[in-house]
Design a protein around this ligand. Structure first.
Ligand SMILES: *Cc1c(COP(=O)(O)O)cnc(C)c1O
Length: 442
C-alpha cells in the first residue's frame, strides 16, 4: 500500500488540538474510528478534495451530503458572490427566502416551511411544534437514527425494544430523555408496544425517511406496507404525528427525496444538507394547519438571528435549480456502477459484506459471513470495525476519501464523472486486499 505524505495535516492537527477539543469542529472528522491523521482540506473542486500536503482525493463524503453538484460549482459560486455583494445578513425578510421555500414546497408534500440554520435546529423545532400542536409530551425515536445533537434525541435504547431511553451523552439529563421512547427501526412490534404503554401521551414519532446514519437502512416492506407508511398509520390511529427526517435524503436520493421514491411522508418533514448548497441552511415544514401554530401566528416559539440568510439561501436555491432529473439520473447510474464494483472487489478478496441503498445513497456493511441484510442498529453494530478501518485506509492511500466510519453513507455527486469513478475502481481491489488482511489477523 502506498502511503501519502501527511506532515502538514499532522502539524495542523497538533495545532488544532491545542485550541479545539480533539482538533475538530465535529467529532467524526477526527478519524477516531479508523485511526491515523485526519486530513486537513485546503480546497475542493468537482469530485475532488485536496489536503494541505497536496494530496488529491476523489471525495465520497461531499461535506456529508450537501455537495450534490460537486464542490465549487461555478453557478453556485456566482450566486453566492452576487448575494454577498448585496449584504450578508439583514435580520429582516427577503425575496430569496420565498424562492427557496417555494422550491422546497414544489418538490415535496409540505405546504409551508420555516427556514433554520442546521438539521439539528430543524428536528428540534419540528419536535417542539409536534408537542405544541398535540399538547402531548412523549416522542418515539429509533435506535441508530440520527437527528442531530438535540438533547432529547441523544438517547440510547434501554434493554429491550420500546424502552424508555437513557442519555447517550453526559450533559443530557434523565429528565430531558424521560419523554423519549426508543424503538427498533423496521420492528413494528416495538412501535405497537410503545403505543400500548403510552398511546395517549405520544406527541410524535420521528424517523429518518430512510435511515442513513447507521449505514443505509431503507424502510422495509411487510405485507405490502412500507415501514414509514406503518408509522404514519399507527401514529394517526393514536392522535400522534409522524415527523420524517429528510435532512440527509431530501433532494439527494431523488428530486423529491425519499418521498419521491416511496411516496411516504410525515405530517412534518425536516430538510437540510443539499438544500443549503454547502452553507448553513435547513428547514422544517408540513401542513399549513400545523405550521400555523408557529410564532408569530401561533403560540409555539421558534426563531433565529441568521435564519434565511441571504448567502445561504442563494447557494441553496441555485443548487436545487441545477439539481435536475438528469443530475439525479447520472448520480443513480454512478451509484449503481460503484456498488457493483465494491461488491466485486470485496467478493474477490472474500471479505463478507452487505451493500444497501436507497436511490443513489448507499453504504457497505462489513458484517459477519452469512449476513444478508441489515434491517436495524443491532445488525449494523455487528460490523468488523477493524476490517472497515483497513478498507478505509486502503482507499485513502490510493486517493479516495471515504467517510471515516463504517456507519456513514457514501455520497456521490454529479461531478463524479468516469475519470473519478475509474480512480475509485482502481483503488477498490487494494482496499479489499487490506480488508482481507485485517480479517485474517484478528
Ligand atoms: C445530518 C443530519 C441531521 C443533523 O443536521 P446538522 O446540519 O448536522 O445539524 C439530522 N438528521 C439527519 C437525518 C441527518 O443526516
Amino acid at each position: 500500500m502506498s502511503s501519502l505524505p501527511t506532515e502538514q495535516s499532522e502539524a495542523l492537527y497538533q495545532r488544532a488540538k491545542r485550541v479545539i477539543p480533539g482538533g475538530v469542529s465535529s467529532p467524526v472528522r477526527a478519524f477516531r474510528a479508523v485511526g491515523g491523521t485526519p486530513r486537513f482540506i485546503r480546497s475542493a473542486r468537482g469530485a475532488y478534495v485536496t489536503d494541505v500536503d497536496g494530496n488529491e482525493y476523489v471525495d465520497l463524503v461531499g461535506s456529508w451530503g450537501p455537495m450534490l453538484l460537486g464542490h465549487a460549482h461555478p453557478e453556485v459560486l456566482d450566486a453566492v458572490a452576487r448575494a454577498a455583494q448585496h449584504g450578508t445578513s439583514f435580520g429582516a425578510p427577503t425575496e430569496a427566502e420565498i424562492d427557496l421555500a417555494e422550491m422546497i414546497i414544489d418538490r415535496t408534500p409540505v405546504e409551508q416551511v420555516r427556514l433554520v440554520n442546521s438539521g439539528t435546529e430543524a428536528t428540534m423545532s419540528a419536535l417542539r411544534l409536534a408537542r405544541g400542536y398535540t399538547g402531548r409530551d412523549k416522542v418515539i425515536k429509533f435506535e441508530g437514527c440520527y437527528h442531530g445533537h438535540v438533547d432529547s434525541l441523544l438517547v440510547a435504547a434501554g434493554s429491550g425494544a420500546a424502552t424508555m431511553g437513557h442519555p447517550s451523552s453526559p450533559g443530557v439529563t434523565q429528565a430531558t430523555t424521560a419523554d423519549t421512547i426508543v424503538c427498533t427501526y423496521n420492528d413494528r412490534e416495538s412501535v405497537r408496544q410503545a403505543f400500548r404503554g403510552h398511546g395517549n401521551n405520544i406527541a410524535c414519532i420521528i424517523a429518518e425517511a430512510a435511515a442513513g446514519n447507521m449505514g443505509v437502512v431503507p424502510p422495509a416492506e411487510e405485507d405490502g406496507e412500507n415501514f414509514t407508511a406503518f408509522l404514519s398509520r399507527i401514529a394517526h390511529e393514536h392522535g400522534a404525528l409522524l415527523i420524517t427526517d429528510e435532512v440527509m435524503t431530501g433532494f439527494r436520493v431523488s428530486r423529491s427525496g425519499q418521498w419521491g421514491l416511496d411516496g411516504q411522508h410525515g405530517d412534518l418533514m425536516t430538510f437540510g444538507k443539499v438544500m443549503g448548497g454547502g452553507f448553513p441552511a435547513a428547514a422544517f415544514g408540513g401542513r399549513s394547519e400545523i405550521m400555523q401554530q408557529l410564532s408569530p401566528v401561533g403560540p409555539v416559539y421558534q426563531a433565529g438571528t441568521l435564519s434565511g440568510n441571504p448567502v445561504a439561501t442563494a447557494a441553496g436555491s441555485t443548487t436545487l435549480r441545477l439539481a435536475t432529473e438528469e443530475v439525479y439520473a447520472q448520480i443513480d447510474r454512478s451509484s449503481e456502477l460503484l456498488r457493483a464494483e465494491i461488491g466485486k472487489a470485496l467478493d474477490a478478496f472474500q471479505v463478507p459484506h452487505v451493500i444497501q441503498h436507497t436511490g443513489n445513497l448507499f453504504s457497505g456493511f462489513f458484517t459477519p459471513e452469512g449476513t444478508t441484510e441489515v434491517p436495524d442498529w443491532k445488525a449494523a453494530a455487528t460490523q468488523r470495525e477493524d476490517v472497515f478501518a483497513a478498507f478505509f485506509h486502503g482507499l485513502l492511500a490510493n486517493g479516495v476519501y471515504l467517510g471515516p466510519s463504517c456507519y456513514e453513507a457514501w455520497f456521490l455527486s454529479a461531478a463524479h464523472d468516469d475519470a473519478a469513478l475509474d480512480r475509485i475502481f482502481d483503488a477498490l481491489p487494494k482496499a479489499a486486499a487490506a480488508a482481507r488482511l485485517a480479517m485474517t489477523k484478528a
